[in-house]
Write a protein that binds this ligand. Structure first.
Ligand SMILES: [Zn+2]
Length: 485
């Protein structure tokens, strides 16, 4: 008996020692940076069971110890605005430092189907808004098919909704929020038939659930009516009327040459106590579907561009009137690149303290693969217009705080702190760079040495680890419980 107790206590003792000292994974001697606490020091990082358990100057032991000397260890980047949810896109995102990529601008057309398809098959964390454009298409009797997130131009995009259609739309949005939608996504420019009153109604619906609205505003360009200034005023007004938090996506493309004025409008709204945030991506061209309502008649005057500002990404072909008409009327959805901004202006927008970095990523545009590395290379290293810590803040803490409006799970994201989720990027600040171009948009970035999602290594020594799918679902409060894997 005595002997048994001795053996048992030895076992307990050794188990305790192992659990106190042994981590699943240790990053040793990296430059650990956390935008919330301001920590910027050489530290060792111990990870266990998907969490950051220990950050210490003392040596740590682990099942695997990775030397991170000379590398930055930061929270994984959170992309609030990612359309390409396929594995190819997720791989280039991972190599760009992204651990979470959410479809919030528009939203998947069917949140439950989206979540089901991603479960156990996702490299990085995922989630979706409830889609206003999809709810509208459904209410008009022309539901979106397959993986399309944008409706083709037609009655469901161009006509005002009758009262029963509006009621149907709202019913669908509520059920999409119940399925786990993190917010309401409103691509107002893609449904020009939506009246101001419909927009306010949908903001009220989001507010009734305490959730934010992410929006692509009604219009871009300088001509009145229909300027970007008017469009930003519309959604700031709807936020003020309803009380819903508002996130205006890609202010670089939505406001074009008036982006700095739009930023000062947001600053003013915030100073008056409204919860308005925004984001940008670091490229001079946008990308969209050529058969969408964005290209309804009059688009040249409205957007201030012509046929030759539009490019087919696969071939680099610039369009003519004949070619445009052919693609616009085609039943297949073609995505086109639209050159609508200048480098000088983008260089002023990105460093603005209100700007979060979000990619609006999809295959065919280099922002899918290069957004985050491009900011670190161009603005932090080459131009020196943003400090490394501020750039990380735009990519981690600011989007995490935005997500906290939707889910308490986000409190453990975007931070490099003990108790936070082990979503981590380890990169070389001296070499990190984007390689994707308009000609070769899926070329991965370089400089990310390691990427960890929920404690699982998905980029190891600069290479994607095959067959690991640790991505977790982020769910809004409507879903019964938080799913994992
Ligand atoms: Zn958009």
């Amino acid at each position: 008996m005595h002997k048994l107790i001795c053996t048992l206590s030895l076992l307990v003792l050794s188990a305790t020692l192992v659990s106190a000292q042994q981590y699943d994974l240790v990053f040793q001697g990296g430059r650990v940076m956390d935008p919330e606490t301001g920590l910027d020091a050489v530290r060792n990082l111990g990870i266990r069971d998907g969490k950051i358990v220990r950050i210490s100057a003392d040596p740590l032991t682990g099942r695997r110890v990775v030397n991170a000397a000379g590398l930055v260890v930061a929270p994984g980047f959170i992309d609030l605005h990612q359309h390409g949810q396929d594995l190819a896109s997720q791989r280039v995102k991972a190599l760009d430092g992204v651990t979470t990529a959410l479809e919030l601008e528009i939203g998947a057309p069917d949140v439950a189907a989206f979540l089901k398809a991603k479960q156990g098959t996702s490299l990085i964390n995922y989630g979706s808004a409830a889609s206003h454009v999809a709810a509208r298409a459904l209410a008009f009797g022309t539901p979106l098919s397959g993986i399309d997130i944008l409706p083709k131009s037609g009655d469901a995009t161009n006509l005002p909704a009758a009262p029963e259609q509006l009621a149907k739309m709202k019913q669908r949005l509520y059920s999409e929020l119940d399925a786990g939608g993190l917010a309401v996504g409103m691509g107002i420019q893609y449904v020009p038939g939506a009246t101001r009153s419909e927009v306010i109604d949908v903001f009220r619906l989001a507010a009734s659930r305490g959730l934010p609205v992410y929006t692509h505003v009604r219009s871009a360009g300088r001509g009145e009516p229909g300027s970007s200034i008017e469009s930003v005023s519309e959604v700031i007004g709807a936020a003020a009327i309803s009380g819903a938090s508002l996130h205006i996506v890609h202010i670089n493309s939505s406001c074009g040459f008036d982006a700095l004025e739009c930023l000062s409008m947001i600053e003013g709204a915030r100073a008056r106590g409204l919860d308005v945030t925004t984001e940008a991506y670091p490229y001079i061209a946008g990308m969209t579907a050529i058969n969408s309502a964005l290209f309804n008649p009059g688009w040249q005057q409205k957007l201030g561009i012509s046929y030759d500002s539009i490019m087919l990404p696969e071939t680099g072909e610039r369009l003519t009137k004949e070619r445009f008409d052919e693609l616009h009327n085609s039943t297949t959805t073609h995505f086109v690149v639209t050159f609508t901004n200048t480098q000088e202006l983008i260089d002023k927008i990105i460093p603005n303290p209100l700007i979060m970095i979000a990619s609006d990523g999809l295959e065919g545009h280099p922002r899918n693969a290069g957004t985050y590395s491009r900011v670190l290379a161009r603005y932090v290293r080459e131009k020196g217009t943003i400090s490394l810590m501020d750039a990380l803040r735009k990519m981690t803490l600011m989007p995490a705080e935005m997500l906290e409006r939707s889910t308490p799970a986000a409190r453990h994201m975007g931070r490099l702190q003990e108790g936070a989720d082990a979503d981590i990027v380890v990169f070389d600040p001296a070499t990190i760079a984007d390689h994707a171009t308009f000609k070769d948009p899926m070329l991965p970035s370089v400089g990310v040495h390691y990427l960890v999602v929920g404690g699982t290594v998905v980029v190891d020594d600069g290479k994607i680890v095959p067959d690991v799918f640790p991505g977790r679902a982020l769910l809004g409060p409507g879903a019964a419980s938080v799913m994992h894997n």
